[in-house]
Design a protein around this ligand. Structure first.
Ligand code: GLP
Length: 243
């Protein structure tokens, strides 16, 4: 695993945008696997800046997102579809028809998961998959458990994730307790993986990831099976790594 330790969140965001830009330049109609959460927000801002400056062209780009709350309407300001529209898609020259996020309003979640896998397969391989990491080591919404799912599936959120993400929901807003997420196999099929982690709250998860071992107690540790993973993080996220 390539590890890039940055001084600041701003530097992390620029380095992450460099990785995406390199893929877009090598293959203009690339497939970007995208993530939500607070961590990639700076990277999206930097990609928007580069698009405004004429350095990047999103018009031929296709995207697939990792996950979505369930149930949730795409118009709900807490949905990951809304997050992607406001943080990236509405700010660059991408064709929204080329952007995919699991449908949190699907009546039949199992059918939606199957259709989502088929959609990804039809796009061919994801060129680069961006990931954040949960405090409990989840990627997408693949939560620590005794067994992990290979494919896109409906999952219950753990107490740790509900607590960590409650900060995005204001009083009175109902937080979904389940989600649709790409599975471990879906994620690991990407050509390249870019994982971002900042802050001390991610230090335990990063330490387990960098131990090189695999454990379902930290789904991110399965990234050790992939041969092209880049971790971009700050010193606080690295603070529990034994060197
Ligand atoms: C969320 C998302 C993940 C994200 C993670 C970390 O629940 N499902 O894709 O990487 O939790 O979020 P944050 O970047 O806000 O710490």
């Amino acid at each position: 695993m390539r590890v890039i330790v940055c001084e600041t969140y701003e530097e992390m965001s620029v380095r992450a945008a460099d990785e995406i830009a390199a893929v877009m330049q090598a293959r203009p109609d690339c497939v970007l696997g995208l993530a939500t959460g607070s961590t990639p927000v700076g990277m999206y801002d930097e990609l928007v800046r580069r698009c405004d400056a004429g350095e990047l062209d999103f018009s031929p780009v296709r995207t697939v997102n990792l996950d979505e709350y369930y149930p949730i309407s795409p118009d709900n300001a807490q949905s990951y579809r809304y997050f992607m529209n406001t943080n990236l898609f509405d700010r660059v020259n991408i064709d929204k028809k080329n952007t995919a996020v699991p449908d949190g309003s699907a009546e039949d979640p199992e059918a939606e998961c199957l259709a989502y896998e088929q959609k990804i397969a039809a796009l061919g391989q994801v060129d680069i998959q961006v990931l954040g990491i949960g405090q409990n080591g989840h990627i997408g919404f693949n939560e620590p458990d005794s067994a992990l799912h290979p494919l896109t599936h409906l999952t219950a959120l753990t107490e740790s994730t509900l607590r960590a993400n409650a900060r995005f929901f204001s009083q009175g807003e109902v937080m979904p307790t389940a989600a649709l997420t790409m599975g471990m196999g879906t994620i690991l099929r990407a050509k390249k993986i870019l994982i971002l982690a900042n802050g001390a709250s991610k230090a335990d998860a990063v330490a387990t990831l960098l131990s090189g071992m695999l454990t379902t107690a930290c789904p991110a540790s399965f990234l050790n099976l992939h041969d092209d993973v880049t971790l971009i993080c700050d010193g606080a996220a690295m603070s529990k790594v034994n060197v």
